[in-house]
Design a protein around this ligand. Structure first.
Ligand SMILES: C[S@@+](CC[C@H](N)C(=O)[O-])C[C@H]1O[C@@H](n2cnc3c(N)ncnc32)[C@H](O)[C@@H]1O
Length: 217
């Protein structure tokens, strides 16, 4: 089943849409898109408002391992891994699994969990520095929408190249014009977003055969 909610175990966060909408200035958007300290550990108006490990990804990691049937010795890549919390938890729930990450943020990598030092690569989702078919699964959560459409197509193609039919991509989307309006008052970093139909067209353009799901504000 290509549409699968692998993040169903993640707790829902309460978002203050009005406060964020008021802070959606061109300057704040530019700062957020640098993916530095301000985005991860600055005020909520600029991004996460504090991106700290709290174990919330452990049940998600279990669901990913079960979904892909991952086992010791398999290699899994998290594209847009940030500080590597999911990489850490994947190895915790599946001992012997070789988990790796890649992110464009030097700040995130320099502030990663100590257990994943050396497992996280600096790079961009549209140019993954790994051979074809080199991973048992490739995950990318809330990252590919940060690229413009043409680069997002390339990034999705990269996921497919590394793990044909064994990808999971979650991206920003909405089902109704009302949800779209709420999303537009929240979004800071996304450069491409669409209804699921638009994303499915993008996946088709990339020849993607893996799984996916939507982040709704
Ligand atoms: C919303 S965060 C998601 C982090 C993590 N996957 C999660 O779900 O908690 C987006 C991440 O994408 C990264 N990112 C943005 N553009 C990127 C690109 N072109 N290539 C790789 N990572 C990128 C950011 O640095 C950030 O870590």
């Amino acid at each position: 089943m290509p549409e699968v909610n692998l993040l169903r175990a993640l707790p829902q966060t309460k978002r203050n849409i009005e406060k964020r909408a008021a802070a959606q200035t061109a300057e704040n958007i530019a700062i957020s898109r640098q993916y530095g300290r301000e985005y991860f550990d600055g005020p909520r108006e600029l991004g996460y408002g504090g991106y700290r490990y709290d174990g919330r990804w452990i049940p998600v990691a279990r669901d990913i391992v079960a979904h892909f049937g991952l086992k010791a010795g398999d290699r899994v890549l998290d594209v847009g891994c940030a500080k590597g919390f999911l990489v850490h938890d994947l190895m915790q729930v599946c001992p012997g699994l070789e988990a790796f990450g890649l992110d464009i943020s030097e700040y995130a990598l320099m502030n990663c969990s100590p257990e994943v030092v050396g497992r996280l690569h600096l790079g961009s989702a549209d140019k993954l520095p790994f051979p074809d078919r080199s991973f048992s699964a490739v995950i990318s959560i809330n990252t590919i929408h940060n690229l413009v459409r043409s680069d997002a197509v390339t990034a999705v193609r990269e996921v497919e190249r590394l793990a044909p039919g064994r990808g999971f991509i979650q991206v920003d989307s909405y089902h109704t014009p009302e949800q779209r309006d709420v999303f537009l008052s929240w979004v800071l970093t996304a450069k491409f977003h669409d209804y699921p139909k638009g994303w499915l067209a993008l996946f088709a353009d990339a020849g993607y055969t893996g799984d996916y799901y939507w982040t709704l504000v």
